[in-house]
Design a binder for this molecule. Structure first.
Ligand SMILES: Cc1cc2nc3c(=O)[nH]c(=O)nc-3n(C[C@H](O)[C@H](O)[C@H](O)COP(=O)(O)OP(=O)(O)OC[C@H]3O[C@@H](n4cnc5c(N)ncnc54)[C@H](O)[C@@H]3O)c2cc1C
Length: 460
């Protein structure tokens, strides 16, 4: 980008809120995936007016803009694949209002989920969707991706919690959507449309979201099985018997092994484990734990262990949250993280078929995920330098996506499409459905400057 253009941006945000330093550009040109881009400049606006001016400038000059929260995306979502401006919301990080009477809060886009919940907890309140990245990921990024996480099985994803947004359109116009009420059928649901649009329709600057009371009690049990398929069957039975767990996570044998090595934490040896949590009134929670354990035994559980203290439960959840990082002990250079989601009745079959796919291609695919809502994260591991292994990894990934769609599922339950899954988009969406989505994109962003060349396959 020309120096004069950078100077124009500096005049908008202030010289302390802009960088074209090579190291900064390198950091802001990636996310944890294999996708890499090239940023020309990074800006950290501090107000909606500054965001509006940046978008106005970009729209006139037709320079691409890439909104970014914490950059924890697992699909290349914020990566500047066509050069341009990385617009980081990190410095718009204030919680503006906690309205206890109406069970809602208003926050700027750059606040992390952990910070929000730390602020709500003293009021006995919380916002339940909690991606495993909650310590870093921002509420703007979570709304843009309609993120989920461990508690989505009971409480839903961010879409279920957002009441309204303040957004800046690619043209620079500032729009407020939604209401303060808990229901509304007044006009089109722009809040719902922008939620999950992966930063391609508008830059989110403020979020008004619901919160709820912290449960009186929470209890966790761990159940071990000979195979992921047995664990999947047990999880399905728990769901259809209406026990309504607040979390139900599956870890396969390889993931359990990597966590044990990474954290030097001793998990028993088994083919798979379920971590099951219930929350609510104490009596009810106790009854549900007992009922879930009966179901698990009927489905072939080989061992059941209930953490004795709250500290042990917390350690268990921390272990689950490091599952992704722990795979590093396997020493592979690259990971393709998948996010397939199937109807809950098809979970056992999906788990069996992931195992078969891994065996057929002779490749490692450790799998864990939010099994209660059908959302699995198979991690296809390979060495980048090894061409044969790379090809096997691609073929295995392809098979996993095809299988999920064949079973009535989706190629992304919570991470989004970004760059990584664009080529699989047509597996799930008809040409006409895709065309309608592209018309919406054009309406919001006539010059295709906001996070361009994401989601849709044919924009190569
Ligand atoms: C260890 C680890 C665990 C994870 N666990 C989970 C999990 O359990 N559940 C889950 O759903 N995800 C999970 N993720 C993925 C990721 O954390 C989520 O997708 C999260 O929502 C991204 O938030 P972010 O602030 O990092 O956004 P970024 O990664 O910076 O951006 C994500 C997308 O949102 C857009 N965007 C960001 N901010 C804005 C904004 N203000 N306005 C418009 N668009 C914007 C970007 O352009 C991009 O397309 C995990 C990631 C890691 C690394």
């Amino acid at each position: 980008m020309l120096k004069e253009r950078v100077d124009e941006l500096a005049a908008i945000v202030g010289s302390e809120n802009i960088s074209a330093e090579p190291l900064q550009l390198e950091v802001y040109s990636r996310d944890p995936t294999v996708i890499r881009g090239t940023a020309d400049v990074v800006v950290w606006p501090r107000s909606v007016e500054a965001v509006s001016k940046i978008m106005n400038f970009a729209n006139k000059t037709k320079i691409p803009v890439y909104p970014r929260g914490a950059g924890s995306s697992l699909c290349g979502g914020p990566v500047p694949t066509r050069r341009g401006i990385v617009l980081s919301l990190e410095r718009m990080n204030r919680i503006l209002e906690v309205d206890v009477d109406n069970l809602q809060f208003l926050a700027e886009a750059g606040v992390s989920i952990r910070e929000i919940n730390d602020r709500l907890r003293p009021h006995g309140l919380f916002i339940p969707p909690d991606p495993a990245s909650e310590v870093a990921c921002t509420i703007g990024g979570c709304v843009a991706n309609n993120a989920g996480g461990i508690h989505a099985v009971k409480y839903g994803t961010f879409r279920d919690w957002v009441l309204g947004l303040e957004v800046v359109l690619p043209t620079g116009e500032i729009v407020s959507t939604g209401t303060k009420t808990r229901k509304s059928v007044s006009g089109y649901d722009l809040t719902g449309l922008i939620t999950g649009s992966e930063g391609t329709l508008a830059v989110i600057t403020k979020i008004r979201a619901k919160m709820t009371t912290l449960p009186e009690s929470q209890m966790v049990t761990t159940v071990y099985f000979d195979s992921p398929e047995d664990a999947g069957r047990a999880s399905f039975s728990i769901m259809i018997k209406g026990l309504n767990p607040s979390a139900m996570e599956l870890l396969d044998e390889t993931t359990m092994g990597t966590i044990s090595r990474y954290l030097t934490m001793r998990l028993p040896q088994a083919g798979a484990m379920l971590i099951i949590e219930f929350d609510g009134h104490r009596d009810d929670v106790d009854k549900k734990i007992a009922a879930a354990e009966v179901i698990c035994r009927e489905e072939g559980a080989v061992e059941i262990k209930t953490p004795a203290t709250e500290k042990e439960s917390l350690e268990l959840w921390n272990a689950r949250k490091t599952a992704f990082q722990s795979l590093a002990v396997l020493g592979k250079t690259s990971i393709l993280i998948e996010d397939v989601t199937v109807p809950i009745s098809r979970i056992p079959e999906m788990l069996r078929r992931i195992h078969e796919i891994a065996q057929r291609h002779g490749i490692l695919v450790p799998t864990f995920g939010h099994v209660g809502d059908g959302n699995l994260h198979p991690h296809v591991l390979y060495d980048e330098e090894n061409k044969e292994e790379y090809e096997k990894a691609m073929a295995a990934t392809d098979d996993i996506f095809r299988t999920a769609v064949e079973l009535g599922g989706t190629i992304s339950g919570e991470h989004g499409i970004g760059v990584l899954k664009r080529k699989y988009f047509a597996l799930e969406h008809s040409q006409l459905e895709t065309e309608v989505m592209k018309r919406i994109k054009k309406l919001f962003d006539p010059n295709n400057i906001l996070n361009p060349h994401k989601i849709f396959p044919e924009e190569e």
